[in-house]
Design a protein around this ligand. Structure first.
Ligand SMILES: O=C(O)CCC(=O)C(=O)O
Length: 302
């Protein structure tokens, strides 16, 4: 199949992704797909569902917005984002889930430092995020990563969730679900969900205070232009800077893709629900996503 990308991904970009855990691929996405993303995110923003949440007027985060915004579903199915991801990984890739980070014009709200892997019931090394913004974003409002932290071999505690001691009964139920090999965040969460639904797993180490000790870490960031695709690894520590004024919104779509070694894992500290279509298939810890081709078909192959 011929590529829809504006230019080929270079070997240096692929190497930078694997070495640093993140790379900004400049000027690859055609305007046609940026327009679809714009339309899709405006639709999702105007039509919130039970998985839309955030902080008053400064941040809207939606989980699985492509499930209800047809233009976003089209982007996932037919845009060359899967090709960018698969080329960087050098393997076939399957779409796992998407999110929208909609920050209105004005003082841009920061996103705290975190790792993505621990929020989902998946594990493995080939997990990759494609972050695409339809607005220009200077480094002061865009994504930053701790270079190389995707290889630290540690899963940190998510930065949101309830402390077990704040709701012992709820925690006992979550533990029982976990022991029974069931997801802690159930299928009903697709109707109504919040970041505070899950419990913080006390067995996981705390996410380090990167923001408070920034000079101690090797922090990588970029000025971003529409048409760029920012790829970063599921294990990498990342956050978004903020506090600066933008005269326009900062509308970012973040899709998550899985290579062959990504498998299902029941997490006691699960934060984000499983994809809706996966629940009835009752996945077990260790099963590769390839076991569920009807939910996760191969989106792109080398
Ligand atoms: O865009 C943002 O502010 C945060 C994005 C993010 O954390 C992600 O895509 O995982």
């Amino acid at each position: 199949m011929s590529s829809q990308l504006l230019r080929a991904i270079t070997q240096q970009e692929i190497e930078a992704f694997h070495r640093d855990g993140a790379v900004l691929i400049k000027g690859v996405l055609p305007e046609q797909w940026l327009e679809k993303l714009r339309q899709g995110m405006e639709y999702a923003n105007d039509n919130p569902d039970g998985m839309s949440g955030g902080m008053e007027a400064v941040l809207r985060i939606d989980q699985f917005p492509a499930d209800r915004a047809p233009d976003l579903a089209d982007v996932i199915r037919s845009s060359p984002i899967a090709e960018v991801v698969g080329t960087a990984l050098g393997t076939p890739v399957r779409f796992y889930m998407d999110q929208m980070f909609y920050k209105p014009a004005g003082t841009i709200f920061p996103t705290p430092w975190h790792q993505d892997t621990c929020y989902y019931n998946v594990d493995g090394h080939d997990l990759i995020r494609a972050w695409v913004c339809v607005d220009p974003v200077p480094r002061g409002a865009s994504l930053e990563v701790v270079r190389g932290s995707h290889r630290w071999n540690v899963t940190y505690r998510p930065v949101v969730g309830r402390q077990p001691e704040d709701d012992p009964e709820g925690y006992a139920q979550a533990e029982a679900a976990f022991e029974a090999g069931e997801p802690v965040i159930g299928p009903e969460s697709h109707g109504q969900w919040s970041y505070a639904d899950g419990f913080l797993d006390p067995e996981l180490p705390l996410t380090p205070d990167i923001e408070g000790n920034k000079e101690s870490f090797d922090v990588l960031g970029w000025d971003y232009e529409p048409g760029d695709v920012l790829l970063f690894h599921g294990h990498i520590l990342h956050g978004a800077t903020g506090g600066i004024e933008l005269p326009h919104p900062r509308r970012a779509h973040a899709s998550m893709w899985a290579g062959p070694d990504i498998h299902y894992v029941h997490r006691k500290g699960q934060v984000v629900p499983d994809p809706a279509a996966l629940y009835p298939l009752k996945p077990k810890t260790g099963q590769p996503l390839a076991d569920f081709p009807e939910v996760f078909p191969v989106a792109w192959s080398p």
